[in-house]
Structures are given as C-alpha cells and as structure tokens.
Design a protein around this ligand. Structure first.
Ligand code: DCP
Ligand code: MG
Length: 399
C-alpha cells in the first residue's frame, strides 16, 4: 500500500503528467528500516508548499486569487494535479477526475500546468533551505526534510529556523509554505500537515506518541486510501488502535511494512535525512510583480539581488570565480550572461560591478523582463563549520 493512493491514480489517468509525477510521488518509507538511529535527538523540519501548483497560478494571475481553481486538464479524461484551498472547501482534491471536481464545484476554474515555472520556484525554495543547513532532502518539487540539529547560523531554535524559512519563502517567491518541526522525519511530516495552509506545528520530544495516538491512520505517510480501508476492516482507525497491535499481528497483515507501522504508532522513526549533492552555486533571483523593461528599474532590482546574494555568499563562506546574470523575458525565453575571473571574486563591490557590467551588456532590452537572477559559481567552499564543543549542537538546540 506504500505510496500508492494519489500517485497511482494520477499515473493511470493522465499520461502527460507521468514523467513529472515520478519526481512528485512520495518515496515509500523504508519498511524494514533497521538502520542505526543517530545518537541523541535530531531536529528535523519538514517544509511543504501550500496548494503548490495552484498557488503559483494565483500568484501569476492575480484575477484568480481568492477563487476556486484547479490545475490540470478540464476535458473528460482530465485529472486535478491540485486545487486551491478555496476549491477544497467544495471537496475538490489532488488526483480527482476533473469531471467529479466540476460536479462538486461548478465554478471551478481550470489552468493547465506550467512545469517550467514550478521547477523554477522549487529551485528558489531549495536555495533558501541550503542557507540554513546542507542537510536537505527534497521529497518532491514542493517539499523537503531539513536536519537542523546543528545550529550552524546560531539562530537559537529549530522552530525559529522554520519560521525564518517560511518568511523567506513568502518574501522571495510570494508563496506560502507550511512547516513541521520535530525530532524525526515521520513526526515532522505529520506536523507540517497539521496547520495547513501557512501554518507551523511543533512536536517536541516526549509528545510524539500522544500526537500520533489521536490521528486517523490515513494521515500516516505511506498509508493510502486502500491501506486505510484494510486497517478499518481490522478495526484500526487511529494511531492508538495501531499501537495496540503487536509486531507478529502487524507482520501477518502488513508484511514488510510491519516494522515501520509498529514504530510509527509510537512516534519513532529511525530514518536519517539524506542530503543530496552539495550546492554548486550561490545566487538569488526575483520574479517581479510587474514585467519591466527600463534599464534604471532593472539596475534597482539588480542592486537588491546583489545584496541578498552577497549575504548568502558570506553566510555559506563560499568563494567563487564566475558571476552569471539571468533574465527571463515576459514570454519565458531566457537570457544569461556570465563572466569568470582567474581568481575568486574579491568582495561585494567587485561582485556588484561585474553584475552591473553584465546587465549593461544586454541593455537596451528587446522585450520586458519577468525575472532577474544573479549567481556566483565555480565555488571553492571552506570546510563546513563544525559545532563547537559544548556549543549549539544536537540536544542543545531548543525546539
Ligand atoms: N501533484 C500532482 N499530482 C498529484 C498530487 C500532487 O501533480 N496527484 C502536484 C501538484 C501539487 C504538488 O504536486 O501542487 C505538491 O503536492 P502536495 O501533495 O504537496 O499538494 P499541494 O501542495 O497542492 O497542497 P498542500 O497544501 O496540501 O500541500
Ligand atoms: Mg504541498
């Protein structure tokens, strides 16, 4: 039953989305994961964008804000990839056939998916995560686990880090995200779902088992509608019901998923956050409220992006030799200009002057611009900072 649910349905119905979906679907939990748990408690944040595709459409087309909208095909075989929270009030859901959704909400407005834009936002959000920790495990375009056990920036608490990340996402993408903070992945993911949209929930050490006990089992990661049905038939509706089942019983009925379920019912999850590759560049980009074409307005935007990017470069202690300017036109065509030095860029002033020189090269513009970005690459990173002995490290960073 792991991970089937909406992923499976979507694959069957809409072939066009199949490719993307492999990146979107939730990886099945490792059922017999007996991997060692990291010593001590971890501090894990799970961040998940709210009504992701639909929110991007409402952001880019303000007339859609506040309205029930769906992203997907509106033909007889169409399926919703997702829908706005306004549409959810009518019962519309991800993976629902469009015909059903229209029956529930006759005023539902459809938009086709724009994957290039969702990918771009996903990358922006990932860059924000990487400002706080290198331990980032993306689960799909719109969600990731972060291990912030080591407080690399001295922010003071995992909850505060989650709040800062949510604020940065809002500021830099114009979109809201929800976050869950806890001491393992299973609980952090449950927590991020708890106060959606635009919400935060913290499950502190010692609170996990009680939190899980009250939940319907269908909220558990890896239990789809079919799995929930099977459990209901066995009289298992909540985490508390599941916790009453011994391991032999779970093995009999749920095979390889038994260990996972046994632990989950107790709020235990041994999986580590598996970070992928280190970052290759540091940068920032802005999608503008309105497309602009005047050189002076672009210089102002660039000046702001230089400030943000340089802060990121400093805080990640990166040095790099290549500066790249990226402009995206109103029609989404892209233009980049890069300059490389034989040595690392010396400081903010030099970074700024290269950035502005690159912009001057492309002025005047042939058409208005919707996005401006600047990155530093060809990085030579310092050793990642180590938590000081007795300093903020695991167990000492408050939730
Ligand atoms: N998605 C999809 N097909 C599905 C489910 C989701 O293409 N069957 C896409 C559209 C979603 C995005 O993945 O916007 C993220 O999925 P989520 O499950 O996180 O759903 P949302 O972000 O849309 O809503 P929520 O606020 O519940 O997270
Ligand atoms: Mg989401």
């Amino acid at each position: 039953m792991a991970g089937l649910g909406r992923a499976g349905q979507c694959l069957f119905v809409i072939a066009q989305l199949a490719l993307t979906y492999s990146a979107m679907s939730e990886p099945a939990p490792e059922p017999d994961d007996t991997g060692e748990e990291a010593p001590g408690l971890r501090k894990i944040i799970h961040v998940d964008m709210d009504a992701f595709f639909a929110s991007v459409e409402q952001r880019d087309e303000p007339a859609l804000r506040g309205l029930p909208i769906a992203v997907g095909g509106d033909g007889p075989r169409g399926v919703l990839t997702t829908c706005s929270y306004e549409a959810r009030k009518f019962g519309c859901r991800s993976a629902m056939p469009s015909v059903t959704a229209k029956r529930l909400c006759p005023d539902l407005i459809f938009r086709p998916p724009r994957f290039a834009v969702y990918n771009e936002v996903s990358r922006q959000v990932r860059d924000i995560f990487l400002d706080y920790t290198p331990h980032v495990e993306p689960l799909s375009l719109d969600e990731a686990f972060l291990d912030v056990t080591e407080d690399l920036k001295g922010i003071g608490s995992a909850t505060r880090i989650a709040e800062l990340i949510r604020a940065r996402i809002k500021e830099e993408t114009g979109l809201t995200a929800s976050a869950g903070v806890s001491y393992n992945k299973f609980l952090a993911k449950l927590a991020s779902d708890q106060n959606k949209p635009d919400g935060l929930c913290v499950i502190r050490p010692g609170e996990g088992a009680d939190f899980v006990a009250k939940l319907p089992v269908r909220r558990f990661f890896g239990i789809g509608p079919k799995g929930a049905e099977k459990m209901a038939a066995l009289g298992i509706e909540t985490g508390a019901d599941l916790a009453l089942c011994d391991i032999a019983y779970l093995r009999r009925h749920f095979g390889s998923q038994a260990d996972y379920l046994y632990r989950a019912a107790r709020g235990i999850d041994l999986r580590r956050v598996k970070a992928n590759r280190p970052r290759k560049s540091v940068g920032a980009e802005r999608t503008l409220d309105k497309d602009i074409s005047s050189g002076s307005a672009l210089r102002d935007v660039l000046a702001r992006i230089i400030e943000i990017t340089w802060k990121r470069i400093e805080s990640s202690k990166s040095e790099g030799r290549t500066v790249t300017l990226k402009l995206k036109h109103a029609d989404f065509s892209q233009l980049t200009r890069a300059r490389s030095l034989p040595r690392p860029v010396a400081g903010q002033a030099e970074f700024a002057s290269i950035g502005h020189a690159l912009l001057d090269e492309v002025l005047p513009l042939a058409q208005p611009v919707r996005l401006v970005g600047l990155t530093l690459s060809a990085l030579e990173e310092e050793e990642p900072p180590q938590a000081p002995v007795g300093g903020p490290s695991q167990g000492t960073l408050p939730f």
